[in-house]
Design a binder for this molecule. Structure first.
Ligand code: GLN
Length: 478
């Protein structure tokens, strides 16, 4: 008998397979059936990969039958954000431009997930080219938050957060450039991890802003998220920015206690947020104090410039990365054009949504002759100052704790008319991406209206183990 998949964790899948309560093919069949039937309520999956999933499940079953180890993620049903390429499986990036794009190769993270035994059920909805904070910029319709269907799930990895919250996947992969894993994780009440920049290969992640893009996991609990990172992390020759730093045993870190750890509360992150959000985060900090952490106030003085710097750097890099969608490669082409430049213009004009166009224009402007020094170069210098703030804080403390978002999930349509208002929802998350440090969102309660609140934990470069240790200690104490 296959159990309902919305209650499963990696451990329960492993146990069930080992005790022969179900086979991987049975579990995958049930997971696909359930995910497909539940999807219309949220629109979290864009498409399913039935054949690939069942083929992979059969490989897992064959290993189990031979008495071999099926891998740390053996048979676990997962989902992958549709900005991460999958060989032979449509990868749209939430854009009309790539509606029919079928990649000829797999991203490294996808290869590693399957090598670890995971079964990819399908691809998840997202803001177009990962630009957005609400998933409302998808060309294929918004995602609804499974916790409150009139609310957004956050963005841009809204689909990947929603499938885990809805229980239509046990875990998933998303991407984070300015908060797109942590913010949706906090809105949907699941765990979301943005690893150190370079910890996970970006090979096969469709580029938005290359110096900021990260792949990372969503899961129902901290140990599942750690297990996913353990499987996908580590040096990859196909990405020259992937780090050589050795991957520690995250599972070991989970069992260590947090007594004596020094935790900093950056004062700039506790201003202008909803009081319910602040209360929940402070209650979580009290729990950590009870567990023996030492808590002190710190300051990250350049925080106020982060949004401006981020929206200059990410638009600049996006304008360059998105130049490749010209109607010649990858995409459907506008046929109603007489000249080459008309063809480019018409293809891009019809294919890109409003937010992508806005960013391409802004990015082209800040990189143009005469403005480069005033905007792009200045923003890069500000980025260095923000990174330095973190380095200085980490001389005094081992980790920082902040809210993930100033407010919980907002209503669909609520912020659509005002892009600046939407950009402000990233205020606490983009600094981590600008500095390239590991950061994660851990659920820390619900508002009176039942909306999840997330606490953000940030640690030094490559110290995901320290971050997991704190997150797990907190989760265990609940
Ligand atoms: N919301 C941010 C943006 O629109 C972050 C997006 C992301 O992290 N991919 O740029």
């Amino acid at each position: 008998m296959t159990p309902p998949i919305d209650g499963l964790t990696i451990q329960s899948v492993r146990d069930g397979l080992a005790k022969k309560e179900f086979s991987a093919v049975e579990l995958t069949t049930e997971a696909l059936r359930f995910a497909e039937s539940a999807n219309p309520t949220t629109n979290a999956y864009l498409h399913f990969c039935f054949e690939r999933a069942l083929r992979q499940a059969a490989v897992v079953d064959a290993k189990v039958a031979r008495g071999e180890d099926a891998g740390p993620l053996g048979g676990v049903p997962v989902a992958v954000k549709d900005v991460i390429v999958t060989k032979g499986v449509r990868t749209t990036c939430g854009s009309k431009l790539l509606e029919n794009y079928i990649p000829p190769y797999d991203a490294t993270a996808v290869i590693r997930l399957e090598q670890a035994g995971a079964v990819i059920l399908g691809k998840t909805n997202c803001d177009e080219f990962a630009m957005g904070s609400s998933n409302e910029n998808s060309a294929f319709g918004p995602v609804r938050n499974p916790v409150a269907l009139d609310r957004v799930p956050g963005g841009s990895s809204g689909g990947s957060a929603a499938v885990v919250a809805q229980g239509t996947a046990v875990a998933s992969l998303g991407s984070d450039t300015g908060g797109s894993i942590r913010q949706p994780a906090s809105f949907c009440g699941v765990v979301g991890v943005t690893p150190t920049y370079g910890r996970v290969s970006r090979y096969g992640l469709v580029a938005f802003a290359s110096s900021l893009d990260h792949i990372g996991p969503f899961a129902r609990n901290v140990s599942d998220a750690a297990a996913l990172l353990q499987s996908i992390g580590g040096r990859d020759e196909m990405d020259s920015t992937s780090a050589f730093a050795p991957l520690p045993d995250y599972n070991k870190a989970l069992s260590e206690d947090v007594k004596g750890l020094r935790i900093g509360l950056p004062k700039e992150y506790f201003q202008g947020l909803s009081s319910e959000t602040g209360d929940h985060v402070m209650r979580a900090v009290d729990v950590l104090k009870r567990l023996g952490c030492e808590v002190r106030d710190v300051s990250l003085p350049h925080t106020e410039y982060a949004i401006s710097a981020y929206y200059i750097i990410c638009t600049a890099e996006a304008s360059s990365n998105l130049a490749r969608y010209d109607g010649v490669r990858y995409t459907s082409r506008s046929t109603a054009s007489d000249t080459l430049s008309d063809m480019y213009r018409n293809t891009r004009g019809a294919g890109f949504g409003t937010e992508c166009k806005r960013r391409i224009m802004l990015g082209t402007y800040v990189l143009s002759h005469g403005y480069y020094d005033a905007y792009y170069l200045k923003a890069q210098k500000v980025r260095t100052l923000i990174t330095r703030d973190f380095h200085q804080a980490f001389e005094q403390v081992d980790a920082l704790i902040t809210p993930v978002s100033p407010f919980p999930a907002f209503r669909l349509g609520e912020k659509l008319a005002d892009p600046m208002e939407m950009y402000l929802s990233d205020i606490y998350t983009i600094t981590g991406d600008l500095a390239g440090i590991p950061c994660m969102s851990v659920p820390c309660g619900r508002t009176a209206a039942g909306l999840p609140v997330g606490m953000q934990i940030l640690t030094r470069h490559f110290d995901e183990a320290g971050m997991f240790r704190i997150a797990h200690a907190y989760e265990r104490s609940l």
